[in-house]
Design a protein around this ligand. Structure first.
Ligand code: UDX
Ligand code: ADP
Length: 493
């Protein structure tokens, strides 16, 4: 028997799904939807964004974000079952599943300023959907949000409900890491889907599972209640960041004692209970997620009246700040305690290799500290746009004298040009090309003594010492006789 219109409207969508809409064409929405389109050719995927510019970039030959493997997928699916549009109305109306992948930055004013996640864009999406939808929808929260955000989305949707339109909210956090996003999406460690324990919630979970199950085995698709799913995302990032802060804290001990943090990392990582990943000591972690999610977790714990827990996670952030500043201090101390009017080369500005993203990159802190001390900087990064570097270093968060900063920095597109007449190279990002460079040639182009500060532990320190460089790295006293100066815990050769 045919369902009446009312019955059909009261039904939440179930498999098979024919249309998906994603709100937010950023680092999360873009790659995630591209992979869904690739793996589900029978499903039409439309990504919408408020930014016309972003959408036209997605529709052009130069995509707005760099991610290995992404361009090939977009080229393959775009115009077939993958669409980028500013017409949110049409896409929302037609879709059975709507993903919310908008940014959730840390609040810059008001309650929870500097810590709580700003949910204004997420709330905006909920209001947008409520205003447009004329049939039942599954709404998937993909942006990283505080625990219980799904409840807020539901409240907005219910309060603006039209007759017969029902919603089910799912939490489906994204665990992709930039630079390996496509690989992570195609072959994830797990997919997490949180939903309500009601029959409707379970049906929505089953529907989203149907999508992922097109290429991900069932064993890897984990279903939980909504709050567990939301908290798991924050917890995963907090635990990963904590490992980096832990090894970075030990890097200071290594420099003071003569131990080598790479050896320590390897030794402890071989314990299968600890594991080897995320134990690479560095200048500090960056990226849009770790700091933001930690701050968010700290804020939530304070709100839940769990001050000890809040302080515990706050220390992970504090240690990261300490590491970035410690590295900058080391550079200044080694360069005879002054970098004033000295020109230094910064190799790498992105927060990690294989991405053009600079959000919370440690390079900003290092550059800021050096600029504050009067240094001039030649900056080279293979993927970050010149305008982005200038915007980052002249933002009000970094300086109150942007014109002065502009005069003190120069951005290069050729690394060999960037080193000419500089006193030191500072490696801030672990780009592979920095490992293979012609350091003999570079050495000749620099002022002597020529210094290299390896904030990522990627270059061959012994070879560079043989070339003539004074090499300083993180978590290791380079033990060679020669120019040893008394600069606290800093070693150099
Ligand atoms: C992270 C999480 O890994 C991912 O699951 C989540 O969805 C988003 O946040 P991302 O920020 O893209 O991903 O990069 P990640 O590879 O985690 O690196 C974060 C920062 O930590 C980078 O600055 C990186 O250089 C640094 N890092 C990483 C270290 O300093 N040492 C390590 O051992 C690993
Ligand atoms: P993420 O790393 O979380 O993907 P991004 O900043 O890269 O964050 O992308 C988020 C995208 O969401 C941006 O392109 C932004 O323009 C878009 N966006 C924010 N709010 C809305 C909204 N209400 N409707 C549509 N797009 C939005």
């Amino acid at each position: 028997m045919e369902n009446s219109d009312n019955d059909r409207f009261s039904e939440l969508p179930g498999p098979p799904i024919s249309k998906i809409c994603c709100i937010g064409a950023g680092y999360v929405g873009g790659p995630t939807m591209s992979v869904i389109a690739l793996k589900c050719p029978e499903v039409q995927v439309t990504i919408v964004d408020v930014s016309k510019e972003r959408i036209s970039q997605w529709n052009s030959d130069k995509l707005p974000i760099y991610e290995p493997g992404l361009e090939e997928i977009v080229k393959k699916c775009r115009g077939k079952n993958l669409f980028f549009s500013t017409d949110a109305k049409k896409a929302i109306q037609e879709a059975e599943i709507i993903f919310i992948s908008v940014n959730t930055p840390t609040k810059t004013s008001g309650n929870g300023k500097g810590r709580a996640a700003d949910l204004k864009h997420v709330e905006g999406c909920a209001r947008l959907i409520a205003g447009i939808a004329t049939s039942c929808k599954i709404v998937v929260e993909k942006s990283t949000v505080p625990v219980k955000a799904a409840e807020s989305i539901m409240q907005v949707l219910k309060a603006n409900n039209k007759q017969g339109v029902r919603y089910s909210i799912l939490s489906n956090p994204e665990f992709l890491a930039e630079g390996t996003a496509i690989e992570n999406l195609i072959n994830p460690d797990r997919v997490l889907i949180g939903g309500e324990e009601t029959p409707e919630g379970q049906k929505a979970i089953e529907t989203l599972c149907w999508i992922y199950n097109k290429w991900i085995p069932k064993e890897k698709i984990l279903t939980t209640n909504t709050w567990s799913s939301e908290l798991s995302k924050l917890a995963a990032n907090a635990m990963l960041a904590q490992r980096i802060s832990s090894i970075n804290s030990l890097s200071a001990v290594c420099e003071a004692t003569g131990a080598d943090v790479s050896e320590v990392g390897r030794a402890i990582g071989l314990d299968s209970r600890i594991g080897s990943k995320f134990l690479q000591a560095s200048v500090g972690f960056g990226g849009s997620c770790f700091q933001k999610d930690l701050l968010n977790l700290v804020y939530i714990c304070e709100k839940l009246n769990l001050p000890e827990v809040a302080q515990y996670w706050q220390k992970v952030i504090d240690m990261n700040e300490y590491q970035k500043t410690r590295f900058s201090q080391k550079i200044i101390e080694c360069l005879f305690n002054t970098v004033s009017e000295k020109r230094l080369t910064i190799f790498g500005f992105a927060f990690k290799k294989n991405t053009g993203d600079t959000r919370e990159t440690p390079a900003i802190t290092v550059c800021k500290n050096l600029l504050d001390e009067g240094a001039k900087l030649n900056i080279y990064d293979p993927k970050v746009e010149k305008s982005q570097i200038i915007a980052d270093l002249t933002s009000t968060r970094v300086t109150d004298n942007p014109e002065e900063v502009k005069k003190s920095i120069e951005i290069f597109t050729d690394p060999y040009d960037a080193v000419v007449g500089t006193h030191a190279i500072v490696i801030c990002t672990e780009w592979d090309e920095f490992i293979e460079m012609d350091y003999d040639r570079i050495y000749k182009l620099m002022i002597k003594p020529a210094y290299l500060f390896d904030g990522r532990k990627i270059v061959n320190h012994e070879e560079l010492q043989n070339v003539g460089f004074h090499v300083i790295t993180i978590g290791k006293k380079l033990n060679r006789p020669g120019l040893m100066r008394s600069v606290g815990s800093i070693s150099q050769q």
